[in-house]
Design a protein around this ligand. Structure first.
Ligand SMILES: Cc1cc2nc3c(=O)[nH]c(=O)nc-3n(C[C@H](O)[C@H](O)[C@H](O)COP(=O)(O)OP(=O)(O)OC[C@H]3O[C@@H](n4cnc5c(N)ncnc54)[C@H](O)[C@@H]3O)c2cc1C
Length: 443
């Protein structure tokens, strides 16, 4: 029986553990996690902070007890401090402060990512929070309960910062959203889309400070202002959302790393060292849009990589399909979804890029309850291969993006979409579907 050690039991680790325990009952699995909880859905933080859901109980889908019931050995609040990759032993300190060593035949690293902390003066002041763990959500919520907290700065207008800004505003506080980029969601959407999101945020009361760099936090013990390259703003609280870095602490000196420090893995999730696998936010992904190794930290990728690693570890060969980085966001009812590369990202990656875009009502004009939809498809000018797509509307349009995800994975060209069989029913869409129209009008 193979001894399998898993370090980290959040989304990636939980998927790996459940796959092994459900499919390979003879495996001896030991799971370590330094946290006291697992499987917290961070996507629920903003919904809970903004009081769009009542409590956090539904935000967990697994527990240490689930693994124990499936005969795994589980050590929670146990921090792995080092790994002897030659002797195949991991060394931990358990909950009670005891040293624990565990041998392995196969090791899965699922140590995830850590919030990037800006190295600026005042970062250690009280009432400055990051957003990652359940514990962070609790602290942010407690702080917002204080009536003296009236103005909150959110640093970073990526998807987490934008969601938290909405949540803070919904709590009746002033939300000031800062980003060095001159638009929100700049990594996921081109300007045609982000200008609508910026308008949507501003219309609903979020104060936008885009194209503005925070350089200092000021205060006595507690933060009381943020200083930017354009001014100084009194605030009572700061929420940091400037991104995540792979947590490579345990293997950074022994394993091959990607440019951002993530463990470099192949499509079987194998690292550069035999019998050592890495999954989730601590590892690279294969981007089908780029046709190259990349880094995209998402729970969806984490879960799939956990399943792939689990089967390979247990002797069933399985390769990842690669990923497109499909993502979505819904702010004050405005829905945006994207997959693959934006036009800007594709250009930066060296593609000769073309794009086609189209805007129309979702349903025929005779249907009253109806909103506009925007679509943009990005493709390679030389090969015509689809590289990315973005769709936005107050309508529920999210499912359409999955087709583009598959198209990118399968290297479909823009021309294949022109006469694709797309159904029509006025309850759902128009006879000249916006996907067809965007494809037909492509250069
Ligand atoms: C606010 C927020 C909202 C998000 N929303 C979405 C969303 O809507 N959709 C989406 O797809 N993704 C979303 N994400 C991203 C998603 O949460 C991450 O991609 C996902 O958590 C990655 O899972 P992971 O298991 O690889 O890593 P992590 O979640 O980082 O887990 C790593 C685990 O390893 C443990 N660990 C680390 N080091 C050690 C050690 N030395 N010893 C023992 N244990 C250790 C940690 O305690 C932790 O439990 C969101 C993230 C946040 C923060």
């Amino acid at each position: 029986m193979s001894k399998i050690v898993l370090i980290g039991a959040n989304h990636a680790g939980t998927a790996a553990a459940n796959t092994i325990l459900d499919h390979y009952p003879d495996a001896q699995v030991t799971i370590f996690d330094r946290n006291s909880n697992i499987s917290y859905l961070g996507c629920g933080t903003a919904l809970w902070i903004g009081k769009q859901i009542e409590d956090t109980s539904g935000l967990f889908y697994c527990s240490a007890e689930t693994f124990k019931a499936k005969k795994a050995k589980v050590l929670m609040e146990a921090q792995i401090n080092n790994i002897d990759f030659d002797q195949k032993i991991v060394n931990a300190v358990d909950k009670d402060g005891n040293d624990v060593s565990q041998e392995y035949d196969k090791l899965i690293l699922a140590t995830g990512s850590l919030p990037i902390m800006p190295r600026i003066t005042g970062i250690d002041l009280a009432n400055i929070f990051c957003v990652k763990l359940y514990q962070d959500a609790i602290k942010i919520n407690e702080c917002l309960l204080d009536e003296n907290i009236k103005r909150v700065a959110i640093m970073g207008a990526g998807y987490i910062g934008v969601e938290i800004a909405e949540a803070v505003q919904r709590r009746g506080k002033e939300a000031l959203l800062f980003d060095i980029e001159d638009r929100s969601l700049a990594s996921y959407y081109d300007e045609w889309f982000t200008k609508d999101m910026d308008e949507n945020l501003a219309k609903n009361g979020v104060q936008l400070h885009l194209g503005e760099k925070i350089v200092e936090f000021k205060g006595d013990a507690k933060v009381n202002s943020v200083v930017t390259d354009k001014g100084e703003y009194n605030v009572d609280m700061v929420i940091l959302a400037i991104g995540f870095r792979p947590n490579n602490e345990l293997g950074k000196d022994s394993l091959e790393l990607f440019s951002n420090g993530a463990y470099k893995v192949n499509k079987r999730q194998e690292t550069s060292k035999k019998d050592v696998y890495a999954i989730g936010d601590c590892a690279t992904v294969y981007s089908n849009a780029l046709q190259a190794t990349s880094y995209i930290a998402l729970a969806t990728n984490a879960v799939r990589s956990g399943v792939v690693a689990a089967h390979n570890v247990c002797g069933t060969e399985l390769e990842s399909n690669g990923v497109q980085g499909s993502n979505g966001i819904s702010i004050y009812g405005y829905n945006m979804v994207s997959t693959g590369l934006t036009e800007k990202a594709a250009s930066l990656a060296g593609f000769e890029v073309l794009s086609t875009q189209f805007e129309d009502l979702q349903k025929p004009a005779f249907i009253k309850n109806n909103h506009k939809v925007k679509i943009k498809i990005v493709y390679c000018a030389k090969t015509r291969r689809i590289l990315g797509a973005q769709i936005a509307s107050f309508e529920e349009i999210s499912m359409a993006i999955h087709m583009f995800s598959l198209a990118i994975e399968q290297k479909v060209t823009i021309d294949s979409l022109k006469l694709l069989d797309i159904f029509f029913l006025p309850h759902f869409n128009q006879p000249y579907n916006y996907i067809t129209m965007a494809a037909l009008t492509a250069k």
